[in-house]
Write a protein that binds this ligand. Structure first.
Ligand code: ATP
Length: 264
């Protein structure tokens, strides 16, 4: 597969630092998240401190119930931790009002979900520019056309989601997540609903976004093959960070999961 070279990044490139690995895009400091009341309190996250470097692709793995989704939701500002801090591009989410948090989520974060979450009544192109349509920064058209060309969507922009395959819908969702150059893209099992061919393609595009555009991506996955496409796999267990692997291979990840008995 060959791709055209990237045009100059828009000056509004908000936080997608090109200096891979040299700065922290998002971090948690000692976050704890509990659900419920005594005596039935569930501690989903227990004093988790983890930092995600700018321009890197990180996966979060761990057994069911280990806290992966709760961590991603806290990074996304969808859930507030019971204690501790979440900092996105240096901003402590706890210091923001609800309105400020909504704006930060629109302008500085991108999301890719297992269920695509496209707006069914909008075309692919309209879905991709959704953040602009709801008041976010203007998406430069040169960047938009480059992005859709790289993702192989150039001839699909007038189609509605129901007219696209699952893999194509997820590519639209990725384009939407990347369009406003967020500080971080948060991906929750982005290949969970796809066949292995489409999964491979989606992982190729996420990888490309990191390498070509310096995008920071944090992805929850159960799939060792998906984790092996990332720069770093962080393992959770019982709401705590339980080690990590740099440049993991599938075998590394499988061995790691087997050694802790944490079949993903
Ligand atoms: N809204 C909630 N109310 C009560 N308990 C919750 C809530 N959300 C999560 N939990 C509990 O917190 C713990 C962590 O859940 P979480 O969904 O973060 O795990 P996970 O690692 O993402 O699991 P899975 O791989 O199955 O999606 C679990 O024990 C779960 O039951």
């Amino acid at each position: 597969m060959s791709f055209p070279s990237s045009p100059a990044l828009p000056s509004s490139a908000s936080g997608a630092s090109a200096s891979a690995g040299s700065s922290i895009a998002v971090r948690t400091v000692e976050i704890t998240r509990t659900f419920g009341q005594r005596p039935a309190v569930v501690t989903a996250l227990n004093r988790v401190s983890v930092a995600f470097e700018a321009g890197r692709f990180t996966s979060i793995m761990g057994p069911s119930g280990s806290g992966k989704s709760t961590l991603l939701h806290c990074l996304a500002g969808l859930e507030r931790p019971s204690s501790g801090s979440v900092l996105v591009a240096g901003t402590d989410l706890a210091s923001l009002s609800d309105g400020q948090l909504t704006t930060l989520r629109r302008d500085r974060l991108g999301f890719v979900f297992q269920a695509f979450n496209l707006v069914p009544t909008l075309t692919a192109g309209e879905n991709i520019t959704l953040s602009e349509r709801i008041g976010g920064p203007r998406i430069p058209r040169e960047w938009m056309s480059h992005l859709t060309e790289v993702l192989g969507l150039g001839d699909r922009l007038e189609h509605r989601p129901s007219e696209l395959s699952g893999g194509q819908q997820q590519r639209v969702a990725i384009a939407r997540a990347l369009a406003h150059r967020p500080a971080v893209v948060l991906a929750d099992e982005p290949t969970g609903n796809l066949d292995s061919h489409s999964s491979g393609e989606v992982l190729d595009f996420l990888r490309l976004a990191v390498e070509r555009f310096g995008q920071t991506i944090v992805m929850v996955t159960h799939d060792p093959a998906a984790a092996a496409r990332t720069d770093r796999a962080v393992f959770l267990r019982d709401g705590r960070v339980d080690g990590e692997l740099r440049d993991p291979s599938v075998d590394d990840v499988l061995a790691r999961l087997a050694s802790t008995g944490s079949g993903a």
